[in-house]
Design a protein around this ligand. Sequence first.
Ligand code: FUL
Length: 693
Amino acid sequence: MIRYFSNGMVLLIFTISLNCNQIDSPAPYGPIPSENQIRWQEMEYYAFIHFSLNTYTDQSWGYGDEDVNLFNPKDLDCGQWARICKEAGMKGIIITAKHHCGFCLWPSEYTEYSVKNAPWKDGKGDVVRELAEACKEYGLKLGIYLSPWDRNHPDYGKSEYITYFRNQLRELLTNYGEIFEVWYDGANGGTGYYGGANENRKIDRTTYYDWKNTYKLVRELQPNIVIWNDGGDRADLRWVGTEGGWVGETNWSLLNASGDVPFNMLHYGVENGDSWVPGEVNTSIRPEWFYHPGEDSRVKTVPQLMDTYYNSIGRNGTLLLNFPIMPNGLIHPNDEKASLDFAHAVKEAFATNLVENAKAEASNVRGNARKFGASKAIDSNNNTYWATDDNITTASLTINFGKPTTFNRFLAQEYIRLGQRVKAFTVEALVDGNWLELARATTIGYKRILRFPTVTATQLRFSITDSKSCPVIANIGIYDAPQILTPPAVIRNQIGEIIIIPADAESDIYYTLDGSTPTIDAKKYIAPFPTEGKLNVSAIAYEASSGKSSPVTHEEFDVPRTDWKIVGIDDEKVYAILDGDPVTAWHHGEDKNLPIDLVIDLGYEQHIAEFRYLPEANLWRPSIIANYEFYVSADNKRWTLVSQGEFANIKNNPLWQSVTFAPSNARYIKFRALANTEGNNNIGYAEVDVITN
Ligand code: FUL
């Protein structure tokens, strides 16, 4: 180089470009995703459809003996479902081809319990086929939910049933084109019709289904599929341990291939797990999975759905959002509106990536090579990335906007083909010459989005403070999302006071007590206030500075429980179950034997038609009642049983349970717990209520 000085520059440039080509990409670290898992993860958002005989019986779980003649969706239009999903930005639809009741939405050759014996289309209909065609028309992928638990089938629990289950799988995975995902619900075994046996059948979910061979069959029939399973052998995707619409802030796409996975591990994944098993967040657009007319006004609001978005897709998960189908075969207009408003809000939040005109600089670039430089994280190409030298596990990337820029969201993506690496990071903003910490977080994975209060700054610094191996960052996004106000919570305590709780301190609350929609001309909420009788409360949050208001919260209350006394329990804390607050709870000591009774003196005789139970949301020591009896009495001596049964799916979806019965006069009520969801004696309550008529 020195000898041929006149050519030196040429030689030097040649040397650098040679160097670039010689710098290897980082080696994969730990488990990595398969191509099928990557394709699935990139879908990000897709729909669940719950439709079965339950739709016609207002149930959550059918028992297996429901009449096939109930199935007659007069206006069924899978094109409507697909259009809504497409417009909502979803990439596919997973349908409950068979739910726990065993009824099949396709004319299976192997059972009579299907659409072929229903009045719909004179038994010639096939919902799965109609959906497959609609998905094709709208460019959506099709997925299949096939419940392993079948409360109709006579052979359930025997080995013959596995043959039946696989025969059905073969039908579904061969006759309807490409299937992107198959879903094996974990609810397994229990009471059922079972071909008329009407008994309790327990199976060992780790061995009964012989998943290994079932998976083999699935992959043979559909090589591009991903398998979801929350029990038995580890599949391609994992449940996140809740149906509440969130996954842990720390979310590793890893689990161990064998061994039990407790709920809390499902939330967070296993940092050093030996298999790539990413989380899918499944939740419903309404409280329940199947359609219940009583929930038409309980469709999730845009702020709730945006929270779900940030807590799923924004935390390295995908979002599987459910639409319950109405008995007429359509998605309800309220659900359609909510999903489209939600899509609009997501679009608005991420409309402009502020890195577009910014410059990026990194504390370390792998081999100083341009192809791994900081700019690769902001080039809107997810196949290029910023990477550091191998020995580096802390590094920062500074984004310079060149002018004061306002933002409140930060998005980062790892190049997951090389594994999930980042363990911790911070985001700071340069404001008036000082670095201000905006957020501190843990894992990134495929996509992580952080929310923080709006800030105006000239630079943003993303610092990886801990990583398993050298960081590999495919994409950074910075956004200024419009503010969305969250509706307030409304509760009524035991003595009838209304308490309205705002979601944030800056907004004002306005309310009405006659069911009308509140505006800023309505009453302003200052403090709890006393009320009497039945009541219909509506409330909004309003922010004067922006003139924005939240969606409306509606709550209906029966007569106050002022005179209620809990009989035979000495602990004053038991009144937490009557305080209206869903967060406070009480449970009996675990030394008690089942059945366990809760007896309440209503103070005077009332005409009651429904009782309601909200379980305690305690993931660590669940005290959720699964099977119950409900009695009424005039004198606390002679009792009449007015209702008994199971609270279906209460374990995964611990919501308010409402049970109606023939209206009865009662001064005393007795709520008897026969079993809890865990098979032990822990019985508790967040709230108990009745509806009078
Ligand atoms: C649960 C089931 O038991 C529910 O009914 C629903 O299908 C949900 C998606 O999975 O475990």
